[in-house]
Design a protein around this ligand. Sequence first.
Ligand code: G3P
Length: 242
Amino acid sequence: MKTFIFAHRGASRLAPENTMAAFILAQKMGADGVETDVQLTKDHIPVLIHDETLHRTTDGTGYVKDYTFEELKRLDAGSWFSEKYKGEQLLSLEEFLQWIASTNLVMNIELKNNLIDYKDIEQKVFNLITHYKLEHRTIISSFNPKSIRRFRRISKEIECACLTSRRPKDLQQLIQDSKANALHIKYTALTKGLLKEADRLQLPVRTYTINRPSRLMRSYKLNLDGIFTDVPHSAIEYKELY
Ligand code: G3P
């Protein structure tokens, strides 16, 4: 069965999301890939963090975009999760790619330019991916179709996925408009009809965020191209049972 298991923000049920601890744990568990989120700092460094603000996953406050990378590096990105992870730091995309390059993992980089329009994020992310020669192990995704289109203008080679939490009214139109060549869709929006349409359009389909055994098993049964999970160890266990 082809279904790839991506650790969502790393093994984020067991370690603080988007930190090296969560990524290394996902790799040790045997995930096929890792998913992460990228934003830009005040000095335009791509940094891995899901929210536009700092308070949920660090001991900082305010917006990511208002701090330099050096300032963000001083924050504690682990204590909020557990004392065990005190001192985990935010990672730059470059630090992450250096590590990815030393593994066999596939990665999905989500461009978090939905609420804030980070105008040069696509070019910055592309430059780093090519610097580390990771084009063939990368999937770019975004909820913002304009961002996918901007990335596509820069690279025809790297796979780009349209992210959506709702069933698209017209999948073909969405794909044409965004120039994406894959679909990342919320599990609850997935239907057999949509999968049939994606198949007709030759689009790989991956779904998020799957943790429950029943959903894992259904995703394997549907032979999806990939799933995003907070619990890669459990996803692997169920895949082996399937
Ligand atoms: O990329 C899949 C999933 O991560 C999208 O949702 O909210 O975690 O960015 P979110």
